[in-house]
Each structure stands twice: as C-alpha cells, then as structure tokens.
Design a protein around this ligand. Structure first.
Ligand code: MN
Length: 702
C-alpha cells in the first residue's frame, strides 16, 4: 500500500485534500476491479495504473486526469461499463476513461504504415478532451519503460508504433521530455545493438569532452557575472535516437555530431534572454545564419527559446539555447505545463474542452505579445482542434475530409466513379443516410450500382468542392444526353410527317443547316431542340430547304414515356397523370413541361405550334405521378389513419396530407398521393369513397 500513499503525499503538494482523496478512491476502485490480474512482469496489475498516474503527477496534472489514469484499463480489461464509472466518479472522469479505451482499441498494426501522420491526427481528432491524449501518452510511456517483459515480436511492434505515432504526438503537444524518452526506448527496442553501440560511444566521448565542457561552462558563467546577470548554465547532450537519425538522415559521422558542444542558459525573464544573447555573442564569435528567435516567433507547438551557435576556443562549435524558466517548463512538458500553472488558481473547473482551449489561448497570447504570424495560429488550431474528420475505407485506408463531410463526399474522395454510381452507404457496418455527417474513426463503405446517377439533392449537403464539381458535371452530362434524345425524337416526328427521317437527309444539307445556326455538330442542334431553345418544325423545314412550306396537318402527337429525365417535367399547376389529355409546352432552357390540355395556364398558347406540341402517353409509362385530391367528410376519430389505410389498400402512396376543419363536423382533407395512371387513381378514389361519412372527392387542378 506504500505506492498509493507515496503518490498521495506528492499530490498534496499541489492538489487539495478532497482532490487527493478522489484520486485515492479511484486507485482502490481500480485495485478491486483488476483483482487477480497480473502484469507480464508478475506484479499485481494495479501497479500499472498507479505508475501511469505517477507520470502525470510529475507533470502536475489535475485530479481528474489522475483518476482517469487509475481507471484507464478498467473498461477495456475488466468489463466494467462506462455508466458504472459515471455513477462512481462523475461524467468527466468516465468520458476520459472511455476516450482512452477508444484510442487503445484503435489498432495501428492492421493499417497501412504510410499513414502514421494521419493516424496521429485522427487520434487527436477523436479525443474531444486533450487530457485523453495525455493519459494515453503516460500509459504508453509506462508500457515502454516495462517493455523488457514483453515477447520480442510484440515489443518491436509496440516500439514501432511508439516511434511512428506517440513520439510525434508528444512533439506536436510540445512535450519534449516525453518525446525524448519515447524515442530512446523505442530505438532501444527496435535496434538494441545500434542503440548500445551509440550509448557506449557517447560515454567514451563524454570522458574526452569533460574538460572542454567544464571550461566553456565556466567562461559563460564568468561572462554572466561580469555583466551582472543571473542565469543557470546547463550542459546538454543529444539523445541517442536523435544522434542515430542525424547519422542516418544527414549522413554525418558520429564524431562530427559529438564535436558540437551544447548548453542551455535559463534566466528569469524575457528581457534577460536578449541581454544574455548579447553577452555570449561578445564572448565568442557567433556563426552567421544560425541565430533563431523562437521567442518572437514560437514554433507551432508553442516552443520558445533563443538559439545561436558560437565559435569557441580552437574553433569548436558551441550551440546555445537561452530561455526563461517558464519557457523551459513549456519546452519540457508542453501542453501539460498548462495544468501546472492553472492548478494554483482558484477558478471553477470548466468543461472538458475549455481547459485545452485555454492552453491554446495562452499560446496565442504569447504569440500576440511577440508579433503576428497567421501560419502559427493556423497550425496550432489545426493541431488541437482539427477541422477535419478522419475515416477508414473498408480496407483500412485513412481518408482525410473536411468537417461535416458526408458519405457522398467520401465516395467522391475515393473515386469519381464511386461517387457517380453511389446509391447507399454503411457507416460502421450499418446502413446510414448518405447525408449523415461523418465522425472521425468511423469505417465507411459505399454501395454502388452500375448505371446509377448522382442525385441533384446531394448538392444540398455535400461539403467538398470535388463532390460538388463532379455532381454538377454529371448532371450536366445527363441533361445533355437526355436533351439530345428528346430533340431527336421531336425533330424526327416532324420529319416523319414529310415522309422522311434525319438519317435520310443528305449530310451536306445537315452541315449547311448547322452552319446557318453556327453549330459544330448535330448533337448541339438536337440539344437545343430538346431544351426548347429551337422549334423542331422550323429546323425540319430548314433541313428540307423548303422555306415557306406549310406545316402538314397530319402531324401526330409525340408519345411521353416517362423516362425522358431532366429535360421533361410535369406542370405543378395541373399535375397531369397518364391517361389525362396533355400538351407539351416548350420553354427556352427548361425543356418541355407537360400540362393538362385543359390547364388554364396555357390556354392562350395552346394552338401556337411554336410553343406547344401535341402529346399523348406511351403505352407503358414509367414512374409515379403526384396528384392532389380534396376529400370532404364528416369529422371522426382516427380520420388520418383511415384515409392512409384506404390509399394504401389501393397501392397508392401518400406524399402529403393537410387538413382543414369546417364548422366542427365537416373536415376537408388535402391529399397528395402518387399513382401510376388514371386507372390507378380511380381505384384509389373508389377505396376512399367506401369510407363512412365521405361526402365528396375532387381532384384539384389549376
Ligand atoms: Mn494501460
């Protein structure tokens, strides 16, 4: 029991009594939950969460993070539900534990390696509370420290994942200490021999360098004293993994890397940083082009410091970093340092997100004080609150999409053809609406059908430019091919009355007419006819080169098949259905609109052959047609259900229903139903009439 007591002692240096007790309670809960489980090393399992909490305590994290650390494997390993934690420790802690469990389940191994960077981003996006990441990082750090107990293969896998995912995340969050430890432990597990050789070489070099290091340190110390400034001078060594990377990446020899002497000077305030810089530049000559002012322009993760390189005695290069104590804390613990400064304040604990936001705000303020860099602000924002979602394809590829993207955006991101032929989607193996916004971590599968076409309604919810452009393009193509085919039918209908056909007309004549209309190909002309921009019969006369000839009266009507698509629509004013006498109104750019012959809206132009065309219905018209009925009946209970079941019994569909009450006893119901044709409508009306109390049914027309 010494473990938790020792931790509680340390916690009481920066947490309140009640908070320490809550952490204790979480510990005992975890101890009981993991009872009987052991770590691979043989120790009781609870030693692991205790160690994770202890790592977070080193960073002075708040009590909720520590409680979550104690409980972080409870959901995953003991089958205790999130709700139980919620009841015991409150929503915030339960959410944190749940978030850590979700990250644990996200298995990197099965996914493509090249996606490490997206994986990092996805982990960040999934964690709504940044403390989830911090607990996860501490969990991973303890697992890395105890990696020796693992079988070789498994330890290599964990090490690889640590180097590719967790070290970069720590770096992103400015947590230098943790990143260095991840890298050195990961390096050791991946390449034990190389790691050992470099370690030995560093030890030898350290011996040789001892004297020079001491001399330089002394001369800097003296220099600060002379100038009357206080500062702590610390000698630095590169960590093993960074030496290894320099040797590999920059092809440098070990001696070359070790020839550099590095120091850090920690001072009290920003102003002193610049004065110390002046002093050391006076002491040794600075190397041109190596001075970097990360105080004025911090790195994206908030890192601040002055960097410079000097020519020391005998020309040895000396790298110097100068920063304040606060910057040092930020550089070592990054985002975690935020809790260190905030925990002393007496403020009411805010929502999960608010704390992380505060940190960002803090970094932004640092930035504002030092001058402006939009790029910096952007990168911090993107790193911590990504405006992207990250989702998987069924094969495990990660797709990055803007926030709010839907399955249709996803489909177009995968491939244009997938987008164009998509008809449905499964999100996490369940059918979902195409318009649903995707969430990070989901697996999205698109169902396609050959010959399927984009739906114009998609334009209402897609987010990406790519989807939008391709949908528009496909619709335009579709409209064009439908216009051409309608135009061809219209033209041939007129030509048929002259006993001829488009294909029988001499090609030279066709070319001549195209020339007159300034069009390149016959399709353009047919499209114009289909869209109603040109009259078929005028074009026909031009083709026959017999201007002035009267239009033959024997011209028969054009048959509507219902498959004309976007170039043919049904008038909303009179809602014609198959079986009704109809006429077609050609309106420029819109194509043909089908009206009832008796529709008042076209009564004036009905006999103008330039604007209207006789139509009839083909034998088998495809599709469903809306028609509005007005039903007057005695008011009764369950009226709507009664109407619905009658329509349904006649295979009709109710599209819309509205009701007015008249004098309390009579109800007037507007029904929009979809039917195949007049015969079908008659069947529906017959069923409706059978309802008791129905007095009158009329079809509503303009
Ligand atoms: Mn764990």
């Amino acid at each position: 029991m010494a473990g938790i007591d020792a931790l509680a002692d340390r916690l009481s240096t920066y947490l309140g009594h009640d908070q320490v007790n809550l952490v204790r309670r979480a510990y005992f809960y975890a101890e009981q939950a993991h009872d009987g489980q052991r770590r691979r090393s043989g120790e009781a399992y609870v030693t692991h969460p205790l160690a994770v909490a202890s790592i977070l305590a080193d960073m002075h994290m708040d009590h909720q993070s520590l409680m979550a650390a104690m409980l972080h494997d409870v959901i995953e390993d003991t089958g205790i539900a999130k709700e139980a934690l919620n009841a015991q420790f409150g929503e915030t802690v339960a959410e944190l534990v749940d978030g850590v469990s979700k990250l644990t389940q996200m298995n990197f191994e099965t996914k493509a390696e090249a996606q490490a960077e997206n994986f990092q981003k996805m982990a960040m996006a999934m964690a709504r509370d940044i403390r989830v990441i911090l607990v996860k990082l501490a969990d991973r750090l303890h697992n890395m420290r105890t990696l020796d107990a693992m079988p070789h293969e498994k330890s290599r896998r964990i090490a690889k994942e640590t180097l590719e995912i967790y070290a970069p995340i720590a770096n992103r969050l400015g947590m230098h200490n943790m990143r260095v430890e991840f890298e050195d432990l990961g390096f050791k597990a991946m390449h034990p021999m190389r790691s050992e050789r470099i370690r030995a070489a560093v030890r030898r070099a350290r011996g040789n360098r001892k004297e020079i290091v001491a001399k330089i340190e002394e001369s800097i110390q003296m220099c600060l004293q002379r100038e009357g400034m206080e500062g702590e001078v610390i000698g630095r060594e590169k960590h093993l993994y960074s030496i290894y990377q320099k040797m590999r990446g920059k092809r440098k020899a070990f001696n070359e890397i070790m020839d550099v002497y590095a120091f850090r000077i920690i001072v009290d305030k920003v102003d002193t940083c610049y004065r110390v810089l002046g002093a050391v530049h006076n002491l040794y000559k600075p190397l041109p082009g190596r001075f970097k002012d990360y105080i004025a322009i911090p790195k994206a993760n908030g890192y601040q410091s002055l960097h410079t390189t000097l020519f020391g005695m005998h020309g040895v290069p000396i790298e110097i970093q100068i920063r304040t104590r606060e910057m040092e804390e930020m550089a070592n613990n990054g985002i975690a340092a935020h809790w260190l400064y905030k925990s002393n304040e007496d403020e009411v604990p805010k929502g999960n997100h608010a704390r992380a936001r505060q940190w960002v705000k803090g970094v932004l303020e640092l930035q504002q004080r030092a001058g402006n860099s939009l790029e910096f602000i952007e990168s911090v924002k993107i790193d911590l609150f990504p405006d992207e979602v990250y989702v998987f394809t069924p094969k495990g590829r990660i797709m990055e999409l803007p926030k709010g993207s839907t399955a249709v955006d996803f489909a177009y991101a995968v491939h244009t053809d997938v987008g164009n032929t998509c008809i449905a989607c499964r999100i996490n193996r369940r059918l979902a609406p195409l318009s649903q916004a995707l969430e990070s971590g989901s697996t999205v599968e698109i169902v396609t059908a050959p010959g399927a076409r984009p739906n114009p309604a998609w334009l209402n919810f897609v987010v990406t430019g790519k989807a939008r452009t391709h949908i528009r393009h496909a619709l335009k193509q579709q409209r064009r091919s439908e216009s051409i085919s309608l135009g061809e039918r219209l033209l041939n209908k007129v030509l048929a009355s002259f006993d001829t056909h488009l294909e029988k007309i001499a090609p030279e004549r066709v070319q001549a007419v195209l020339g007159e209309y300034r069009q390149e190909v016959i399709e353009d002309l047919l499209e114009d006819i289909g869209l109603g921009n040109r009259m078929a019969y005028v074009v026909a006369r031009r083709l026959l080169a017999e201007s002035g000839e009267a239009l033959p009266s024997s011209e028969g009507p054009l048959a509507i098949r219902g498959t004309e698509g976007l170039v043919l629509s049904y008038a909303k004013c009179c809602t014609p259905i198959p079986g009704d006498p109809i006429v077609g109104h050609l309106s420029a750019g819109k194509g043909m609109v089908v009206h009832l012959e008796s529709c008042r809206n076209i009564s004036e132009i009905r006999h103008n052959p330039e604007k209207c065309i006789q139509l009839n219905w083909a034998k088998d018209v495809a599709g469903e047609f809306n028609v509005e009925l007005r039903v007057e009946l005695e008011h009764q209970r369950g009226l709507i259900a009664l109407l619905a079941s009658s329509v349904n019994a006649a295979d009709g569909n109710i599209e819309k229903i509205g009701m007015d009450e008249r004098d309390g006893r009579i109800s007037v119901v507007q029904l929009v139903i979809s039917v195949h044709d007049r015969v079908h409508l008659a069947r529906v009306i017959k069923k409706l009439r059978a309802i008791k109390g129905v007095m009158r049914i009329t079809r509503v027309r303009a």
